[in-house]
Design a protein around this ligand. Structure first.
Ligand code: SF4
Length: 144
């Protein structure tokens, strides 16, 4: 079973109410089990919602609010949901396919907290949670 960012499968759960539908990820669902999660909405953030970026380890939205707890709650809930889903069907979690650059799902690069479109090395809150649990992470740019 793969964990997949819900927006990559066409769920309109992005901050702006759009999705990030990615054909090869969608096609993967034809012969693999997936657990589709959006950690930000699982953290009770709304759609749409203000854009957020990571700055000095905290997640701050463009209105200046600290939304770190919602991101951390959502990451934990999403992880638990995926583990439970895998257990319920007797499968291992083979990896996760996550949306690049997101403050939740981003793997290697995230925006720098200045809301100027500047990227820095770093990872999103959910990606960090999965990495700490030893789950291999891919992005939608790493087709396999
Ligand atoms: S939190 Fe992840 S799954 Fe949800 S919209 Fe952002 S990138 Fe997509």
């Amino acid at each position: 079973m793969y964990i997949v960012s819900a927006c990559l499968l066409g769920e309109p759960c992005r901050y702006d109410g759009n999705d990030n539908l990615t054909d090869w990820v969608k096609e993967l669902t034809e012969d693999h089990t997936v657990c589709m999660v959006c950690p930000e909405t699982l953290g009770k953030l709304s759609v749409p919602r203000p854009k957020s970026e990571i700055k000095d380890g905290a997640v701050i939205n463009e209105e200046g609010e600290d939304v770190t707890k919602a991101f951390e709650d959502g990451a934990r809930i999403a992880y638990i949901r995926a583990v439970a889903a895998a257990m319920s069907i007797g499968e291992e979690i083979e990896g996760a396919i996550l949306k690049s650059n997101s403050p939740s799902c981003g793997k290697d690069k995230v925006y720098d907290g200045t809301f100027t479109g500047t990227m820095v090395d770093g990872e999103g809150i959910f990606a960090k949670t999965l990495r700490e649990h030893g789950i291999k992470i891919y992005t939608e740019k790493e087709k396999f």
